[in-house]
Design a protein around this ligand. Sequence first.
Ligand code: ZN
Length: 165
Amino acid sequence: MNTADYVLFDPEVVRRPPGSPCFSCEIVSRTDSRHHVWYEDDVAIAFLNLYPRLLGYTLVAPKRHLEDVTGDFAISEYLALQRAVYRVGEALRSVLPTERLYILSLGSRQANAHVHWHVAPLPPGVPFEEQQFAALDRPVVLAPNDAEQEHLAKQLGEAVTARRM
Ligand SMILES: [Zn+2]
């Protein structure tokens, strides 16, 4: 996979003016078809980040529009969502060389209010000063082409099925 190319990232592309349709709900309803969804169960959906700093960078979101990272969830629903995060993480680790798997929830009411988890595999060999937050906040993003992303999404989906997690 030729993913060595990077492009400058404009953070404004993810800002949503007040009243805009919800980015994640549009993916759940398949209104926005640009995304490569590769995992879905009763409570969660996972798709490749359109602006990936790392290859395989995936976002996991509840299918319901929830905003507070803990407060909007019944604990059973939260744990079901975390099961999806686990499955996504294990699929990523099985498909991509991963020195460390980063999992975190951020979000902004000005960008993507629908709560979501970032699941991003750090490849081996990244210099120490480029790991952790630096790896996720670079001013550039990978520019894999759509066919490469589609292929990766297919591999990841098959990994979930193969592992029967
Ligand atoms: Zn939503």
